[in-house]
Design a protein around this ligand. Structure first.
Ligand code: ATP
Length: 210
């Protein structure tokens, strides 16, 4: 069989995050991932209690609801709650291994921001992760992907790819701070999160200091 007539390998993307709350850069990243890597499916996976986050995260029920709102009606995106259902902190490695077992023929792509990539060597079983999935990295303000960084993974550096995304200076930390400062109404974050997420935050009075 010629290369051209080979069946196309299914491409499954994985995009994890605290999503506390999900914001416009998360949505833009997902859209860019679907487009540039011609994904058949993108799993968006809110993380359970994360071992690497110093602060306590908002309740899983709220993060899941907001994530569903942020990505609703986005074709080929599935918001997956498997990590939230696990009692103990979970590792990306475990999730990727499970997804690979569910669809052994598929090629997995893991999407992360360059801030996460900067600490990639601290991830549990990072070598195994880069064997299970191609790691696709989006630049983020103050963090940009360099060839030097990829070269720092001898034997694995062909497992990294750049996700082209314009720099978007938004973070969940910034949104939580704005809301906690009490100077900003839910309308004040309207440029930073999808409208449905802003409404949910307002309705449930999330991130307020009072
Ligand atoms: P926090 O400020 O609470 O740390 P965050 O804004 O980084 O949150 P997360 O839910 O932790 O949001 O991020 C999930 C993933 O999205 C991570 O891989 C992160 O690097 C990426 N990401 C978040 N914001 C951006 C952004 N503005 N540009 C590119 N990638 C981003």
């Amino acid at each position: 069989m010629s290369a051209d007539s080979s069946p196309r390998v299914k491409r499954i993307g994985v995009f994890g995050g605290a999503f506390d709350p999900p914001h416009n850069a998360h949505v833009a990243l997902a859209l860019a991932a679907l487009d540039q890597f011609e994904l058949d499916l993108l799993y968006v996976i809110p993380t359970g209690p994360a071992w690497y986050k110093a602060r306590a995260l908002s309740a899983p029920v709220h993060r899941l609801a907001m994530t569903r709102l942020a990505f609703e009606e986005m074709p080929r995106v599935v918001v997956d709650d498997r990590e939230l259902k696990r009692a103990a902190p979970t590792f990306t490695f475990d999730t990727l291994r499970t997804l690979q077992a569910e669809d052994p023929q598929a090629q997995l792509y893991l999407f992360i921001g360059a801030d996460q990539f900067a600490a990639f060597r601290q991830w549990h079983r990072w070598q195994a992760i880069s064997e299970l999935a191609i790691i696709c990295i989006a630049d983020r303000a103050q963090y940009t992907l360099t060839q030097t960084q990829c070269d720092a993974f001898p034997g694995h550096n062909n497992r990294f790819a750049a996700l082209k995304l314009p720099l978007m200076p938004v973070s969940a930390t910034q949104i939580r701070k704005l809301l906690a400062s009490d100077e900003v109404s839910a309308a004040g974050i309207a440029q930073l999160v999808p409208a449905s997420v802003a409404r949910y935050i307002s309705l449930h009075h999330l991130y307020r200091s009072y």
